[in-house]
Ligand binder design. Structure first.
Ligand code: ZN
Length: 125
């Protein structure tokens, strides 16, 4: 066990989803390892070439995907409702629609400053 460098949690090099060695090398806990992955997503532009998009709304992190891409492999809550959202950096304010959205969780305090919201939910049509 070791102290996580980023938050008050304890880290371990026990293999969790195959990333134990990485967590030990960076001295981060499994939660921070997960959020570092999300932070990396943001630095790559919040979008996959195949259309998945990371959304941060009210401090919560979401990922959209399409039927073709299939359900994300990680565990998360998948809403059944259509998600309508507006990207904050879209000057046209266009409402985008995703039929698949996955709530990945609330962004922890240790990452909140570095991962500001990038979208808002749009009201139902
Ligand atoms: Zn941590």
């Amino acid at each position: 066990m070791f102290q996580c460098k980023l938050c008050p949690n304890k880290g371990t090099d026990r293999q969790i989803r195959g990333v134990g060695a990485r967590m030990a090398a960076y001295r981060v806990c499994s939660s921070c390892d997960f959020w570092l992955t999300c932070l990396g997503y943001m630095m790559l532009g919040d979008q996959d070439p195949d259309g998945r998009r990371a959304l941060r709304i009210d401090g919560r992190h979401y990922l959209t995907w399409t039927d073709e891409q299939g359900f994300p492999p990680e565990i998360g809550y998948a809403g059944a409702e259509v998600c309508r959202y507006v990207l904050l950096d879209d000057p046209t304010g266009a409402v985008r629609v995703s039929h698949r959205i996955w709530l990945m969780g609330t962004i922890p305090d240790a990452f909140r400053d570095r991962m500001p919201d990038n979208a808002v939910f749009a009201p139902a049509a």
